[in-house]
Design a protein around this ligand. Structure first.
Ligand code: SF4
Ligand code: SF4
Length: 167
């Protein structure tokens, strides 16, 4: 069953959270998402990678703009580009031979949020399972006692700096 795009929670304009679906997820570091996805890197992500001495053309594949929702700017979206792949292989250029991320400390926000994503909704946000979900470790419709939906959403809000209501 394809669970991509499934909403799991709403973040309301006042910062309150409505859980829509109880899920359980713990990342196993299997690296499937580094091998099977196009990863969006924002301009800030690219600047972060440049702090490691990585040039722009080493960081992103082509200028393939995608839009990421944000409260930070007037039209509500940030431009982003696709992270570079290894030649002739559909896996991220920053995945090493041991399956570790070479840029872990500076990895793009999309990597930090995966396998979830966020989109704007009614002045707030909707948290969804990533539109291109290749992760096999999300259990959906689990009981409330097993659910960590709230923890997932709180981590995501912290990563996106959505928790102070000013950004
Ligand atoms: S998010 Fe999912 S696919 Fe990616 S490394 Fe973690 S468990 Fe694997
Ligand atoms: S930057 Fe790191 S975490 Fe992100 S896709 Fe590449 S190897 Fe995976």
């Amino acid at each position: 069953m394809d669970i991509s795009n499934t909403p799991i929670a709403n973040i309301n304009e006042d910062g309150s959270i409505d859980v829509l679906l109880h899920v359980h997820f713990e990342c196993t570091c299997c690296t499937d998402c580094c091998k099977l996805n196009n990863i969006a890197a924002t301009e800030q992500d690219i600047l972060n990678l440049m702090e490691l001495g990585i040039e722009v053309d080493q960081a992103i594949e082509v200028l393939s703009p995608v839009l990421i929702p944000s409260k930070n700017i007037e039209n509500g979206f940030i431009k982003a580009y696709i992270l570079r792949k290894k030649p002739f292989v559909n896996e991220c250029a920053f995945l090493d031979e041991k399956g570790m991320c070479k840029v872990h400390e500076f990895k793009p926000l999309a990597c930090q949020l995966y396998p979830f994503s966020i989109r704007r909704r009614n002045g707030g946000y909707e948290v969804i399972i990533h539109p291109n979900c290749v992760c096999n470790f999300i259990e959906i419709d689990v009981g409330e006692d097993k659910s960590n939906t709230l923890k997932i959403v709180n981590n995501l809000m912290a990563n996106l700096s959505l928790d102070d209501g000013n950004k």
